[in-house]
Design a protein around this ligand. Structure first.
Ligand code: AMP
Length: 176
């Protein structure tokens, strides 16, 4: 089995979670296999190393699983984007529209500075709305987003095209 096949074999499809009509991809079983996780973070880090990032930002909450490992491989700081109200100290925030309602995300002031070259990471790329909002928040600090990296792309939901239309590079380990 290739590494990609090994990774795909770890994911479990959960129909109608968290709502009716959603086919949720549970990626957590992958993290019960430290050797596979290590190889995945090495391959993904090798794919983005050439962009010369100075920071890697993970999106709450499953962007905090592989994110620190990628940052470690790249030898750059790891920074968290969290939902509003979760981070202590001074924060910078952004609210954005979802299909139903809106959401707000925050980052600690000073965690990213204007001269940073940032890679944004999340576990699953679905519609791309969250990643694009994260990029807008990072841009508010004056820093530049130089790419997005995901473990899994759900192609039918069109997120990759949406992010690429904003002239961004998207790296994903596996696509379904
Ligand atoms: P997006 O639609 O790209 O903004 O997805 C937002 C977030 O929801 C991402 O952080 C994903 O982790 C999560 N997500 C969306 N759809 C799924 C799905 N079908 N399975 C697992 N996670 C999902």
């Amino acid at each position: 089995m290739t590494l990609r096949e090994q990774v795909l074999a770890q994911f479990i499809d959960i129909p109608n979670f968290p709502k009716e009509g959603i086919l949720f991809k549970d990626i957590l079983p992958l993290f019960q296999n430290p050797e596979i996780v290590k190889k995945v973070s090495q391959v993904l880090a090798d794919n983005i190393r050439g962009l010369n990032p100075t920071a890697l930002v993970g999106i709450e909450s499953r962007g905090f699983l592989l994110g620190p490992l990628l940052a470690q491989e790249l030898q750059v700081p790891f920074v968290c984007i969290r939902k509003k109200g979760k981070l202590p100290g001074k924060t910078i925030g952004l609210s954005y529209e979802l299909e139903y309602g809106h959401a707000e995300i925050e980052m600690q002031i000073g965690s990213i500075t204007a001269d940073d070259r940032v890679i944004v990471h999340d576990d699953v790329l679905a519609t791309g709305g969250t990643a694009i909002a994260a990029e807008a928040l990072i841009n508010k600090t004056g820093a530049q987003v130089i790419g997005h990296v995901f473990l899994l792309d759900i192609k039918s939901l069109g997120g990759k095209k949406k992010i690429e239309n904003e002239n961004q590079t998207v790296h994903t380990f596996v696509t379904v």
